[in-house]
Design a protein around this ligand. Sequence first.
Ligand code: ZN
Length: 233
Amino acid sequence: MRVAIISDIHANLEALDKALEIIAQKNIDELICLGDLVGYGASPNECIDLVKRHTNGVLLGNHDQAAIDLKQADYFNTYARQAAYWTNAALTEEHTQYLRSLPYTHVDTEFTFVHSSPYEPEEWHYVFTIRDASQNFGHFKTAVCFIGHSHVPGIFCEDQRTKEIKKGLRYLINVGSIGQPRDGDWRLSFGIFDSDSWSFETVRSEYDVDSAADKIVQAGLPRFLAERLYNGV
Ligand code: ZN
């Protein structure tokens, strides 16, 4: 089975459109979204519509939660907080209810999926280092757990000597971000895991960043949120 995993779309319709176009050509059996459908970008309702239509499972992210419960935005920096208030006002009632229905984790026979970390997923911990990752391997049972949240793609193996995907070893895999990558590479990022060949691919692709950035400025969102898209930060 080939599963595609997307995360951290952040209301960037142009990046999501491009990712779905690629996924349609990649023989995918299942598509899972790890959350943060909204926040930062200018197309929250359009992105929710597409995610609902194309995915087999969707999780709640911290920006989804803040957009429907503004007191959660108190923990955000000023740009993220402004975006949460803007998104809260922009969301349709139907989409607000939809975000409210999303779970923190999804587990199937082969994989665990979570937005932030398998340890206390509702606390939105970040996994940046192998040390962060090592605290999480005791908190999921499958061989592989997919995460997002940091917007930085990466593979953490429980056996710290390797990053290669091998059967019998356990992994935390961050698939990166569709709508706001932060690893210094502005191209959208998502993952594809093939459980027959037991292999993983991080897909990177250019998309119409000018259009996404223009919409952010036109919407009256902070200009910084448009500019950062070009730098991948
Ligand atoms: Zn995010």
